[in-house]
Structures are given as C-alpha cells and as structure tokens.
Design a protein around this ligand. Structure first.
Ligand SMILES: Nc1ncnc2c1ncn2[C@@H]1O[C@H](COP(=O)(O)OP(=O)(O)OP(=O)(O)O)[C@@H](O)[C@H]1O
Ligand SMILES: [Mg+2]
Length: 373
C-alpha cells in the first residue's frame, strides 16, 4: 500500500450550481474533488473509493444529509469518515450534538465563507493522510515482527541442528572411545590411541562451541572494539565464502563508540555482507567505516548484479528482515539507511549521528518501540 499524494473529497448536493461553487472554492487545495448529486450516488461512490471527507448539504430531497450520515455510519468502514454538513437553516444545539456523537463531524452555515470551508476540509484531509500513513507503518511493522519471529525460529532450528549433528555426534564418538578405555579390554597401545582420538574429537567440539558462540555474540566487540571485531568478521567471511573484502577505516586509530552503537554498526555490516553473499553474486566487497565529530558512517559496496528499483526505494513488501532490521537499527539512533544501485553492484550507506546524548538515544528507542522511556 502506498499513501497517495491526493485524498478524495466527496461533495454531495442536489443542486449542481452549489457543487460548482464548492469545487471552485476547494480547487486550490489540490486534492481530488468528487461530486454526487444525491445521497444514493454518494453511497455508491463511498463504497467504490477511499473518501477522506464528505461535504454535504443537510436538506436534500429523497435522503437528507442527516439520514445519509446515519446510513454511512452504520457501515463499519465509514464509522470514522469525516463529514462536514452545510446547512441553510439554523441548526439547534441538539441537532449538532446528534452529529458530534456520530464521530468526526463539523458544520458550516450558508453563506459559506470560502476560507472557513477550505480550513475545515484541510484539517480533515490531513487527519486522513496521517491515519493512512500510520496504517502503512503498522502494516510494515506487523510484517517485520512476523518475519522476525520466523527468523528467530529458523535461527533456533539451525542452532539446534548444529548442536545435534555437530557437537552431539562428536561427543558421542568421544564417549564411545572413553568407555572403551574404561572397560579395559584393550591393549595399552590401543587405549593410548583411543585417548588420542577422543582428545582430537574434544578439541573439535571446543572449536565448534567457540565459533557458534562467536557468531551469536562476537566477544571482540566488547573487548577491543568495532574496528577489530569487523576485521575478524571480514577475515572469517573471506575464508568461508571466498569473497574478497577491502576494509577502509578513517581515522585509522578508530575510537571506541557507545557499546550499543558499536553493536548496531557491527550487525548492519554483518547483515549487508550476508546479503552480498546470498543475493549479489559478487566476489568482492568494499567496506568503509568513517567517523567525524558529528557522525559515524558505514558503507558496504559490492560489485555484483545490483539491486531492483523497488527495493532501493525500500517500498513496503519488498524488504525482508535484513534491510528492515538495518533501517530500524539506524533509526533507533536517529540515523538513516540509503541504498543505491552502484552500477555495477549495490551500495548501502548508513549514517548515525553522534550528537545525541544517552538519554535522547533511549527516548528515541522507546518511541520507536512504542513504549515509554
Ligand atoms: N547486495 C545485494 N545485491 C543484490 N540484491 C540484494 C542485495 N541486498 C539485498 N538484495 C535484494 O533485496 C532483498 C531484500 O533484502 P533483505 O535482506 O531485506 O531480505 P532477504 O535477504 O531476502 O531475507 P532476510 O530477511 O533473511 O534478510 C533481497 O531479497 C534481494 O533481492
Ligand atoms: Mg538479507
């Protein structure tokens, strides 16, 4: 879903001349104006289009404004649709109260003051646009959290499989060897041999435990900082995938940053390079990490097949947990993520401002998570 630039404003009146007057008054708002000559026609249009504001005459033959409003409100989709009544007769407070009780409603009396009509319509049109924007963000968020859960599940399954198939097998084999030694039917040379084999297996188990736990949380990050942790990660990636990496750091003696910023940058690079490996087909990637007094910037450029236009624009539905998560991490620190088709290849740039104090960072994080700081 994309929020359209213009919203639809439905004008309902049985007199064509009045519709023309409203049209002339509202034209300068630049919204989409839709006309209906009767309550019935208005209902049909409401069902067909997404209407932000209904502007209607209270006294119409057949179905008057209040009756039409009553019918509109009965439909669950239109319970919050804004309605502006235009009335030539004086409305009592009771009439107005009836209208207010039915949700977003406003009144104008004849003769209509153009500025007032424009002001009222603008307020409701903006409200509608904001509601659409919010709905869009909610849909995106729901999609992301759904994906997050399934990624978490997948990750757990992978760890369980690694533990079972890797560590489990090696440990069973080591136990068999140790049991054999313990039962004492073997010659001492065979026992030595078995002990040596068991020790080799346990060594491999230790290595696996180390690499599983490093991938879950890189210890270097806490100990000697982002620059070394990234270098360690890039060396490992080249070894595992054959992708050549060029790492450029400015300043060369890269200072320590707040731990949460270091983790965010590390995870962003990790995620970007996982994408390079999975999607780009590239055999080379350049990673740059720079810091000045205002911000830290990190970029990952590959020389692969490039990225589709709708993904570059980060359109909802086209981003997975990877890009969505990177953008979210950047946003938590008031930063931003940009994607470019670098032709050849793809460029991902993330900037994180360093001006924010700790309390500001926490407040932004809390707002983004929808909770109180
Ligand atoms: N370096 C790249 N080169 C080419 N295409 C890319 C690159 N990075 C991302 N993409 C495209 O962008 C899409 C979205 O990436 P994203 O990381 O958000 O999700 P994903 O990698 O498909 O899945 P996951 O949620 O597991 O990360 C990818 O499916 C891929 O088509
Ligand atoms: Mg990905």
């Amino acid at each position: 879903m994309i929020v359209p630039d213009k919203v639809n404003i439905l004008m309902v009146d049985d007199q064509p001349s009045k519709l023309l007057t409203y049209e002339a008054i509202l034209a300068e708002l630049g919204e989409n104006l839709v006309k209906a000559n009767s309550g019935r026609e208005a209902l049909e249009l409401l069902l067909k289009m997404d209407i932000a504001v209904v502007l209607m005459d209270v006294s119409m033959p057949e179905l008057d404004g209040f009756e039409l409003a009553e019918i509109i409100r009965q439909h669950p989709r239109f319970q919050k649709t804004a309605i502006i009544f235009i009335s030539a007769v004086h409305l009592t407070d009771l009439d107005r109260l009836k209208g207010y009780q039915r949700g977003a409603v406003d009144y104008l009396s004849v003769p209509v003051v153009p500025e007032l009509l424009r002001a009222k319509v603008t307020v409701f049109a903006e409200l509608h646009r904001n509601a659409q924007q919010l709905e869009l963000l909610n849909t995106e968020l729901r999609g992301l959290s759904g994906k997050l859960l399934s990624t978490q599940d997948e990750e757990r399954r992978r760890i369980a499989r690694d533990l079972h198939d890797g560590l489990g097998q090696e440990l069973s084999a080591a136990k068999m060897l140790v049991d054999g030694i313990h039962m004492g039917h073997q010659s001492s040379e065979a026992k030595n041999q078995a002990a040596l084999q068991a020790s080799g297996l346990l060594e491999r188990v230790m290595q696996q435990v180390r690499s599983i736990s490093h991938l879950l949380h890189p210890p270097l990050l806490d100990e000697i900082g982002l620059q070394s942790a990234l270098r360690w990660y890039l060396d490992g990636l080249t070894e595992r995938s054959g992708i050549e990496t060029v790492f450029d750091v400015q300043p060369q003696e890269f200072p320590r940053l707040a731990p949460e910023v270091e983790t965010a940058v590390f995870r962003i690079v990790q995620e970007a390079l996982t994408n390079v490996f999975r999607h780009s087909g590239a055999m080379k990637a350049c990673i740059s990490l720079t810091k000045d007094e205002n911000q830290v910037a990190v970029s990952v450029r590959d020389f692969g097949k490039g990225i589709a236009g709708h993904i570059v624009e980060l359109r909802p539905g086209s981003v997975g947990i990877g890009l969505g998560g990177m953008r979210q991490r950047a946003k938590e620190f008031g930063g931003e993520l940009r994607l470019k088709n670098a032709d050849p290849g793809t460029l991902i740039e993330v900037t994180i401002p360093l001006k924010m104090g700790d309390s500001e960072v926490r407040a932004t994080q809390a707002t983004l998570r929808g909770s109180r700081p």
